[in-house]
Design a protein around this ligand. Structure first.
Ligand code: MCN
Ligand code: CUM
Length: 805
């Protein structure tokens, strides 16, 4: 038995552990149409729900007549706020400390708002009955501009009228939600007022939407015999949903089982709690049969968690040599009708205070004012890392504007100001401690890879040729360097509704040497079943192929806070490694006993414990697992299991350097992305292929947001982009070829040194695409133009600069 073949390298390869581009185990079912999404689940006798929604953005609801709908054959119930009121469920708390109407209570505040919930025998009857519900509205003045809202007499939230305190401090106006301030405003102003060079800019990061392939939905099943509620749904945080459902319904938490099956893309759209969930649960309790609700594409785009909608005003100062001395940022944040941002409780603007970016800025200030308008609620979604998308866009645009002001190359300006390697751990002016980084190395590698100097030379020649009338195509070189902050987070400062943001992993090793691990997170396409098994394989020496990863069932998984903010690897990944180490510690005792040596005389080697100095004497993890269940070992309990609840000491700070080369046809506004280079550093890399997939996906979403995607409203509050006819979703046609690259700077506090990566490419990608557009027009006097850079807007920019004359 104890022969030394396979050799060590073969044994390592056999594990498919850390660093292996292991093929995704989930894809066998996804590529064969065997996924199990919410709409694939059917329960006997199941009913279907559908919403009556408001056509108006702001209106008084005078009356609701459900008679005709109820008379339709197959309609079981029509719920309105009046039905929910006795249960105190006509309003629900939001994750941001606000509350939100479940069904219209007296008025509606955005187009598409839920007014009544029809329950019927099938989905078609439900939809027909929706049309039969008669709602009488009286239109009210609409506010879609947050600056107007702060001046208007019109009170949007009558329920809060007269309340001068909100969840995050004083309210300055009846349409104002909160002011959030970080840093030293007086000090920052003093530095900026005194500076050699100051650049100012206001930019709008438009409202957009993640538009996952699968919309939101759920299936609620109340079993009146045993008192158990089972809720299947598209939840990025199933345990949080269970706790919230218990608090709202009064059903004890052990009687609620929440299951997230396969999820067809989440992107933060599926973190919040929606009226559809509440109505389905109530309907199932009332009818005693399961009730399913699945929204359609338009409902998803018009009413569920949007992204961004930040007006950002910046001032940045520097010495004449280009050393940044101070940064001031003020944000007017349009939160829509209810503050339903899914940020950690103490961060009403998320981690926007990472807006000093990758630069050593001695003093800074950030102020954010949240505002109510007649738009859909939400705000934190779409690969955002809790507003880091906005923060990085802001600073990467400010750097470009400062470079114009200094008449300096923007790559060089970045280099001068990067936090230096020896400054880590780095304390930022706005309160974060960056764990590790090596920005100069990454930047130099990126610039060399694209031949930056050559590109600038080509660009200068192109400008000359354009001026001579020899070409109508300009060339833009988009640069961006980002620092992310992911892995919320230390329980001491991050919680959701009072629950600290730890995460968890529980492992059971089976007697024959295979295993199951359950986590508090939930994959929505990120490949957790593949990658978490790899972490474990390296920790406990059992092949990844022999480890099942299970997530998303609250009856079996340990409590966790879910998957968003690229926190799974930083937090649950750490829990996985830590639980693995507990297994290994126990395995060591068992191995020592079996080998009849002291515990300290054996050491772990890939997939076995070996007697130190005697490599031929060992016990494999398979043998140890068997012994754990079959041999009475003095002082050691039978079995081989472990659980870890991991509270990270800090966030992780991935970073990256991106370059985009774009050609722009001045006469049509059509863009052609010639090259896109992305260098990412996410610390220790678990699965390079999965990382590359994450980067391709995030960059494509960045392309979408920067180049065309938006949720646009007209003055009446009508959503102008509520269908895929109007909402830009890039296809293979628009997407360029991405070149990916990396450096590896491990996180010093994460057990395996890994940082998150899921949101990085989006955070860094949007400013890179945008900067490419802006850079193309810089030689003709452009300082800044807002996204999205669709052909029409680019044409207008060119026209405004006189390039069509
Ligand atoms: N990974 C790795 N090595 C690292 C870091 C990560 O191999 N050093 C792997 C992980 O093991 C995991 C994947 O990359 O399989 C993403 O890990 P991580 O960065 O920890 O992010 P999460 O798993 O927490 O996923 C959340 C993140 C977010 S917040 C959004 S939004 C987003 C994203 O993931 N939504 C996605 N990527 C998505 N990808 C798909 N397909 N679908 C979504 O909804
Ligand atoms: Cu902000 S989108 Mo992701 O955190 O699910």
């Amino acid at each position: 038995m104890n022969d030394l073949t396979p050799d060590r390298d073969e044994r390592v390869a056999n594990l498919k552990g850390l660093g292996c581009s292991r093929k995704r185990v989930e894809d066998a079912r996804f590529t064969q149409g065997k996924g199990n999404y919410i709409d694939d689940i059917s329960l006997p006798g199941m009913l279907h729900g559908d919403f009556v929604r408001s056509p108006y953005a702001h209106a008084r609801v005078k009356s609701i007549n459900t008679d005709a709908a109820m008379a339709l054959d197959g309609v079981i119930a029509v719920l309105t706020a009046k039905d929910l009121e006795p249960l105190s469920l006509h309003w629900m708390p939001t994750l941001a400390g606000d509350k939100q109407m479940v069904l219209a209570d007296g008025k509606v505040l955005f187009q598409g708002q839920e007014v009544a919930f029809v329950v019927a025998r099938d989905r078609y009857i439900a939809a027909d009955a929706v049309d039969l519900v008669e709602v009488e509205y009286e239109e009210l003045p609409v506010l879609v501009d947050p600056f107007e809202a702060l001046k208007s007499e019109v009170v949007l939230r009558e329920d809060l009228d007269g309340q001068t305190e909100g969840a995050h401090g004083p309210r300055k106006h009846h349409n104002h939600i909160f002011t959030w301030e970080v840093g030293d405003e007086a000090g920052t102003n003093a530095v900026i007022d005194d500076a050699d060079v100051v650049a100012e800019e206001t930019m709008y990061y438009h409202r957009t939407h993640p538009c996952p392939l699968e919309p939101c939905g759920c299936l609620a099943s109340m079993d009146k015999v045993n008192g158990k509620l089972t809720l299947y749904g598209t939840f990025q945080a199933p345990h949080v949903v269970r706790t919230v459902a218990s608090l709202l319904s009064g059903i004890e938490e052990h009687n609620i089982r929440v299951v997230s099956p396969d999820i067809g893309g989440g992107f933060g759209n599926k973190v919040g709690v929606y009226p559809g969930y509440v109505c389905s649960i109530v309907a199932s309790i009332v009818t005693g049969v399961p009730v399913k609700w699945v929204e359609d594409r338009m409902e998803n785009l018009m009413t569920t968690a949007f992204a961004r909608d930040y007006w950002m005003k910046g001032r940045i100062s520097a010495t004449r040599e280009g050393k940044i001395t101070g940064l001031h940022c003020h944000v007017t944040a349009d939160h829509g009708a209810f503050d339903a941002c899914a940020d950690p409780t103490k961060f009403p603007a998320g981690f926007m205070n990472i807006c000093t970016g990758s630069y050593d800025i001695p003093i800074a200030y950030l102020g954010v004012d949240g505002v109510y308008t007649n738009k859909a609620p939400g705000g934190v979604s779409y690969r955002c890392s809790f507003r880091v998308t906005e923060a990085v866009y802001f600073i990467e645009r400010m750097i470009e504007v400062l470079a114009i002001e200094l008449n300096m190359d923007a790559a060089e300006l970045r280099r001068i100001n990067f936090i230096r390697k020896e400054q880590f751990p780095y304390q930022s002016a706005l309160g974060w401690e960056y764990d590790s980084g090596d920005y100069h190395t990454a930047w130099d590698k990126a610039l060399a890879a694209v031949d930056y100097e050559g590109l600038r030379k080509e660009q200068a020649e192109r400008v000359e040729a354009f001026k001579r009338g020899e070409t109508r195509t300009l060339m833009g070189i988009g640069l961006s360097f980002f620092t992310e902050i992911v892995g919320a987070g230390p329980v001491k400062n991050c919680d959701i509704l009072g629950m600290g943001m730890f995460d968890s992993c529980e492992i059971r090793i089976h007697p024959t040497g295979s295993a199951i691990a359950r986590l508090g997170t939930i994959s929505q396409g990120q490949g957790h079943a593949t990658t978490f098994a790899q972490i474990l394989a390296s920790e406990i020496g059992i092949p990844a192929d022999s480890i099942t990863i299970e997530e998303g069932d609250t009856d079996t998984a340990p409590y966790g806070l879910g998957t968003y903010g690229s926190r799974s690897t930083p937090v649950a990944g750490a829990a996985t490694a830590m639980a693995g180490r507990k297994i290994r510690a126990k395995a060591q005792m068992i191995a020592a006993y079996l080998l009849e040596v002291h515990d300290d005389d054996v050491e772990f080697d890939v997939d076995r414990f070996v007697v130190k100095g005697a490599p031929e004497r060992f016990k494999t993890m398979g043998e140890i697992a068997y012994a754990a269940y079959n041999q009475a070992i003095p002082g050691v309990e039978p079995g081989l299991e472990a659980v870890s609840y991991y509270d990270p000491p800090n966030m992780t700070y991935p970073f990256g350097a991106y370059v985009c080369v774009m050609d722009i046809d001045v006469d049509t506004g059509v863009t052609d992305i010639r090259r896109f280079y992305a260098l990412d550093d996410c610390g220790t890399r678990i699965n390079p292929m999965v990382i590359e997939g994450q980067i391709h996906g995030g960059l494509t979403e960045a392309l979408a947001v920067a180049m065309g995607q938006e949720i646009a409203y007209d003055d009446m509050g009508n959503v102008k982009t509520g269908t895929l006819m109007d909402f830009f979703l890039p296809t293979a046609w628009e997407v360029p070829n991405y070149e990916t690259d990396h450096t590896v700077t491990p996180s010093p506090h994460h057990p395996i040194g890994a940082k998150g990566v899921g949101e990085s490419p989006h955070v860094g990608g949007v400013p890179c695409f945008s900067n490419a557009v802006q850079d193309a027009f810089r030689p003709f006097g452009l300082r800044h133009t807002n996204m999205p850079h669709d052909h029409w807007r680019i044409w207008k920019t060119a026209n405004g600069l006189g390039l069509h004359d």
